[in-house]
Design a binder for this molecule. Structure first.
Ligand code: PLP
Ligand code: ZN
Length: 399
């Protein structure tokens, strides 16, 4: 069953629908799982289908690249420096290098189930990279709309290479999303942006894996970057479903981090307001969260409120600094948007919002190679030398 999150109107699972016909609000897939003991999952392979009872599609027909089951790294050094018990969930290790694969696996499985032949999305990059790959695997035609000139090189390469029809659209992500949504409503394609509630069903497995990774315990807090706000909503849904199933008792404080000039949700939270006012011309070096009008704002605000969480902003400088810090302290290479979670952690520790000793999971959402230009620009040029060992010896002895 699909249900409107605002008025509660219900729709059949096989209806192609993105917003409520009665009140225009966004939808979610209802998940009623009962009577499945926790140890059911024990000996299963580590991917999103480990929790297949909670996924509202037929697992026999899955379109899968073995997504999920990502590394869960304890970060002793950063944790010690900040006085917290820190873990990092490395979503860049998914098949196309971001958490979007979890959503696209379930989303394209649903597309095949519905019998559509064309899928599409608007994207800041990773959604298109992922959808292009999963559409190829499913044998579906795929169209993607990108804000022209604003997509990181690695993501663009992936979208093109897996065979999607790629359009560079005048305007920003929010404009591109409006356009592709119109095409979807006209029946031209099946939309796989995060307004599609089946995609979020795949992404909720991040929350499920985190509590499983911790031996069926909730962390005190989960921190993640927020753009269109689908992922924070999805993770919260996964966590609450596991709580409702009786697998865990406590829940984490959901903590969303946005870039300072693309921060409609953090702005609302800080002002104590319920409604999220879109930001007109969002801007940040973290292109994956360069979004002014988050589609899942209402869900995200609910998640933050219900979990007693919060949201905050970080500057581009803080993001780039955190990206390098994580790479050079813990060996984890992430794209700029992902580093917002670490930058946010640092800020919230510094201003006292985070208590000493909290058990925290930072979700790092995409791989460093997604945005090679940013990575290269952040580093010194290679030192040019002859092939003579002596020249190199002189340098490395000073290291
Ligand atoms: C999509 C994406 C985000 C933002 O997720 P939302 O669900 O849009 O809030 C953050 N980081 C990366 C790397 C992404 O690809
Ligand atoms: Zn409604």
């Amino acid at each position: 069953m699909i249900r409107c999150i605002s008025c509660g109107e219900e729709y059949e699972d096989n209806e192609i629908i993105y917003t409520c016909k009665k009140c225009d609000s966004i939808l979610e897939v209802e998940c009623n799982v009962e009577g499945i003991p926790r140890d059911t999952f024990e000996s299963r392979r580590q991917n999103i289908w480990k929790y297949k009872e909670f996924l509202p599609v037929n697992p026999e027909n899955r379109i899968s690249l073995d997504e999920g089951g990502t590394p869960f790294c304890k970060c002793e050094k950063i944790g010690k420096e900040l006085g917290v018990d820190l873990y990092v969930k490395v979503e860049g290790s998914n098949p196309t290098g971001s958490f979007k694969d979890r959503g696209m696996s379930v989303g394209t499985t649903k597309a095949v189930d519905l019998g559509v032949n064309m899928v599409g999305c608007a994207s800041t990059g990773n959604t298109s990279a992922s959808l292009s790959a999963y559409a190829a695997r499913a044998g579906l035609k795929c169209a993607v709309l990108l804000p022209a000139g604003k997509v990181a090189l690695g993501k663009l390469a992936q979208a093109m290479f897996h065979g999607a029809k790629v359009f560079g659209v005048d305007g920003n992500f929010d404009d591109a999303l409006k356009t592709i949504t119109q095409l979807a409503l006209d029946g031209e394609l099946y939309l796989l942006n995060s307004i599609n509630p089946f995609r979020l069903e795949g992404q909720k497995t991040i929350g499920m894996e985190i509590v499983d990774d911790l031996g069926w315990q909730s962390p005190d807090r989960i921190i993640l970057p927020v753009g269109n706000a689908g992922n924070i909503s999805a993770i919260w849904k996964g966590i609450t479903e596991f709580r409702n199933a009786g697998y865990i008792k406590d829940v984490p404080m959901m903590t969303g981090i946005q870039a300072v000039n693309s921060a409609p949700i953090a702005n609302a939270v800080k002002k104590g307001e319920e409604t999220v006012v879109p930001v007109e011309n969002p801007d940040t070096i973290a292109t994956a969260i360069r979004i002014g009008a988050p589609v899942s704002a209402v869900k995200a605000m609910n998640a933050i409120k219900e979990s007693n969480g919060t949201a905050d902003t970080v500057t581009d400088e803080e993001i780039l600094d955190a990206q390098k810090y994580l790479a050079r302290t813990e060996g984890i290479g992430v794209e700029p948007a992902s580093a917002a979670s670490i930058a946010g952690l640092r800020k919230l520790v510094a201003n006292g919002e985070i208590d000493k000793g909290e058990r925290i999971v930072c979700v790092v959402t995409g791989h460093v190679l997604k945005d090679p230009n940013v990575a290269i620009d952040a580093c010194e040029e290679p030192t040019q030398v002859s092939s003579d060992p002596k020249a190199i010896r002189e340098v490395i002895r000073t290291m």
